[in-house]
Design a protein around this ligand. Structure first.
Ligand SMILES: C[S@@+](CC[C@H](N)C(=O)[O-])C[C@H]1O[C@@H](n2cnc3c(N)ncnc32)[C@H](O)[C@@H]1O
Length: 379
């Protein structure tokens, strides 16, 4: 797998986070290369210009532009933050101001580079942020796979920023050029969606980039009806918590238990935190943390881990995160503690769990046409 991004006379050595020696996935894509190529060949950016980079995956753009410019990078992903830090260090790059989506955007930005996020609500949120914070002469260049830039995407740029055009396609990617028209009034938009969970006394707040933020995930719906209740549970972990729906229900069933919610999306962690605060007056033993799976968690410290694993990292389909989540869960569970996992039948999580926990320690708790809930007990 290629790990050197070369352009002109410069080479960056880039790896994904978490680093895996046998990784078949590259740490940058043709969209990054297109932006670098275009800005180097077609634009004359002045040294020290202030550049804002949104949604840099593993730091290709942050590393490239930090050499001559003052870079601020905002990303909702904890994994991206870690990857960007490592790659900046590896390439001896000048430092970059790294922001989460919970931080405010800086003002006086000269130029914005935006890798389009997967979720449209997240894009709209970012366009509104850009629009509210930038000066009239600031230029915005966005990039994505050409087949994922629809007329409706361009309409969002027109609506929230201003005049918008696109480039020709290069390596199946296209650039979007837009200039914020700060003179026109723009209505304030609510940034979060709230809705009740049918059949439960749960009402969820969802920030723009949270997984399944517009409606309950079908797997989560099935999982909710099979969560256990046991006065012996002292500590429950919701691993990959999204909006925290599983944690809220687990706490309703087990009010004595401390709850830890983990996600790699800062907006997910904040949504889970708000949802738990909204449902429980006593939140002293509730923690919501942005992390990579259960990295750095103490062993033998939890009685129940709930997990509806992701099968994407950025835009790549992968099962290595599920694998790490299951291994980490085994590490943090007390002896006799349980990991409960939900997945589509075809994902074959039973095979993974059997390899990690042993054949006799894994059983099926429930199944329907689409999903299976598995329980693995630490022996
Ligand atoms: C399928 S969603 C489940 C969300 C929620 N628990 C539910 O059931 O609706 C998986 C979640 O895992 C999170 N995730 C992905 N990679 C992660 C990682 N390396 N560490 C922690 N969380 C991660 C995603 O952001 C996403 O919120």
């Amino acid at each position: 797998m290629k790990n050197e991004l070369q352009f002109s006379d410069r080479t960056l050595k880039l790896s994904r986070y978490p680093y895996r020696s046998n990784d078949s996935l590259q740490a940058w894509d043709a969209g990054d290369e297109y932006i670098i190529r275009y800005t180097e060949e077609e634009m004359s950016l002045l040294p020290d210009q202030k550049i804002l980079i949104l949604n840099d995956h593993f730091g290709a753009l942050s590393c490239w532009f930090s050499q001559h410019h003052q870079v601020t990078t905002m990303s909702d992903s904890f994994l991206s933050h870690q990857g960007i830090r490592r790659n900046l260090e590896e390439n001896d790059c000048p430092s970059v101001r790294l922001l989460t989506t919970m931080d405010s955007l800086p003002q006086h930005i000269d130029f914005v580079l935006l890798k389009l996020p997967k979720i449209n609500r997240h894009l709209i949120w970012q366009l509104i942020q850009i629009r509210q914070n930038l000066s009239p002469d600031c230029q915005v260049i966005a990039v994505n796979k050409a087949r994922e830039i629809h007329t409706s995407t361009l309409r969002l740029f027109e609506k929230y920023l201003g005049h918008t055009t696109t480039s020709l396609a290069w390596k199946k990617h296209r650039l979007i050029f837009s200039a914020p028209d700060v003179s026109t009034h723009h209505p304030d938009q609510t940034q979060e969606l709230t809705w009740p969970v049918e059949g439960e006394s749960i009402h969820l707040i969802n920030l723009p980039n949270v997984y399944s933020g517009e409606k309950l995930d079908l797997g989560a719906r099935f999982f909710l009806t099979h969560l256990p209740q046991d006065p012996k549970f002292k500590h429950i972990i919701d691993l990959g918590c999204g909006n925290g729906v599983l944690a809220v229900k687990a706490r309703q069933l087990n009010p004595q238990a401390a709850i830890t919610c983990i996600d790699e999306s800062f907006m997910a962690v904040e949504s889970a935190r708000q949802n738990l605060q909204h449902h429980f007056s006593d939140c002293e033993n509730i923690r919501c943390i942005a992390n990579n799976c259960l990295d750095e968690f103490k062993g033998n410290s939890a009685d129940l881990v709930l997990c509806n694993p992701p099968f994407h990292q950025q835009t790549a389909i992968t099962d290595h995160i599920a694998w790490q989540m299951f291994c980490d869960a085994k590490h943090v569970l007390n002896k006799g503690g349980q990991l409960l996992v939900i997945g589509n039948r075809h994902l074959g999580y039973d095979g993974k769990l059997t390899r990690i926990f042993g054949k006799t320690s894994v059983k099926t708790v429930a199944a329907n046409k689409k999903f299976v809930i598995l329980q693995a007990t630490k022996g």
